[in-house]
Design a protein around this ligand. Structure first.
Ligand SMILES: [Zn+2]
Length: 436
């Protein structure tokens, strides 16, 4: 035996960003390889893609008729917020006070954090997500639990302990000195270890003092390989509050810019209420926006201006933002992203949506050499999907003309029930239980 594995399926991935509005089957950047074999080496990396049967001596997995995609990359999600999914009746600031902060205090107990993290990471895999940029809680142990859990599964994660030294309840606040110590310790233990990267994790401007933002900025400057994640301009009441708290800043985004927190490894969730100067700063600094459509619709936050972001030249990735978002499935979020654009008179193709959830996110995170495509040398993180899960979408697929129509209908109608298996670094970590 060579140690090689081979998976036979219909392979879809992307070689470049597909253009807005090009819903043709031959759109540039789309790579469709029906009935091909994906070869996976013993090192957990993709060894090749070929049409021919690799022959004996290779462990073969015949998944003919299934769709094989690179694993989804969720660029903004909260590991402790599974218990607040689908919470009724509030917008962002009340939602935080009523549901989220009380729930996150439980993660002060490392055993609770470990249990919750295991549930969360397994749920990501069961939704087809193999890599994520994650907010745990303010507690140091919650970040350690994330890195330990991801390492045990071989998953690519980016995260860090949440920074919050004001405007949060007792039990969820740190101090500048304590937070700095915890960050330095966690960075030394986890940043660059296996598939873990550390992110300075500013919850959002209102919950950090200017001194804490400056501390985070100094750590970013000291090591440009560190990530930074936060929220920006999600909701209008929040934007007004930030203007009161930081009267000297030109805008909400400028609060982070002034603290040295915008750079090519910065991920800012939402970015709904930004102006042209903000978008130009994102483009100039290489920072990007994690678009969270189910969250934005569910909390009534607003509609993300993706076309304006593209025109300004900064990247957009796709994220679930669970528990503000209502599903860990990036397919559900892709369908919601289509709706958000439709409400603004734009149309999001399946090509752009799926590129954003895979190769686009990998590139925005400076991880294009590791994940996001089905190319030799990249880590074998991929998913196998059924085209249909019942008579209704089977009928829709039967009448579909052409590849984009098929894939768009699938993306819009499918969810985690269509997922057959999720592979991480060449191992099947999730396989759907047979219903037979
Ligand atoms: Zn969030």
């Amino acid at each position: 035996m060579t140690g090689l594995q081979a998976i036979r399926a219909d392979l879809l991935d992307f070689t470049a960003e597909p253009a807005w509005g090009d819903a043709t089957d031959a759109a540039a950047g789309v790579r469709w390889r029906p009935d091909h074999w994906l070869l996976v080496g013993a090192d957990g990396r993709i060894a090749g893609v070929q049409r021919e049967d690799p022959g004996p001596g290779v462990q073969r997995h015949d998944q003919r008729g299934r769709l094989l995609l690179p694993g989804f990359i969720d660029t903004h999600v909260h590991s402790p917020q599974v218990p607040v999914l689908a919470s009724y009746g509030t917008a962002l600031l009340d939602w935080l006070d009523t549901y989220t902060f009380p729930s996150e205090t439980a993660w002060a107990d490392p055993a609770v954090a470990q249990r919750g993290t295991a549930l969360f990471l397994d749920a990501l895999l069961a939704h087809g997500t193999t890599a994520a940029v994650v907010f745990p809680t303010v507690h140091k142990g919650s970040a350690a639990a994330l890195f330990e859990g991801a390492t045990a599964r071989g998953m690519r994660v980016i995260g860090g302990k949440v920074l919050m030294d004001r405007h949060a309840p007792e039990g969820l606040r740190d101090t500048v000195a304590e937070a700095e110590r915890d960050c330095i310790d966690l960075i030394a233990r986890w940043h660059g270890r296996g598939r873990c990267s550390y992110a300075l994790t500013v919850r959002f401007a209102p919950t950090s003092t200017p001194a804490q933002l400056a501390m985070a900025g100094a750590l970013c400057r000291a090591d440009p390989s560190l990530y930074m994640q936060t929220h920006v301009a999600e909701n209008r009441d929040e934007v007004r509050w930030v203007a009161e708290l930081f009267p000297q800043a030109r805008s909400y985004l400028a609060v982070y810019d002034d603290a040295g927190l915008l750079h090519p490894r910065s991920v800012l969730a939402h970015g709904i209420w930004l102006d042209a100067d903000d978008r130009a700063r994102l483009a100039a600094t290489g920072a990007h926006v994690a678009h969270c459509p189910t969250s934005n619709l569910f909390l009534g936050s607003g509609l993300y201006g993706w076309r304006a972001a593209s025109a300004a030249g900064h990247a957009t990735s796709l994220a679930s933002d669970v528990g503000g978002g209502t599903s860990l499935s990036l397919l559900r979020n892709a369908a919601a992203a289509y709706t958000v654009q439709a409400l603004q008179g734009e149309r999001l193709t399946a090509w752009r949506a799926l590129h954003t959830a895979t190769r686009g996110a990998a590139q925005a995170l400076q991880l294009g050499h590791e994940i996001g495509a089905l190319e030799p040398g990249l880590v074998a993180d991929f998913t196998l999907w059924d085209w249909t899960a019942g008579p209704l979408d089977a009928e829709r697929q039967r009448v579909a003309r052409g590849l984009h129509e098929k894939v768009f209908a699938w993306m819009t109608l499918a969810d985690e029930r269509h997922l057959a298996a999720t592979w991480v670094a060449g191992r099947a970590l999730y396989t759907r239980r047979s219903t037979a």
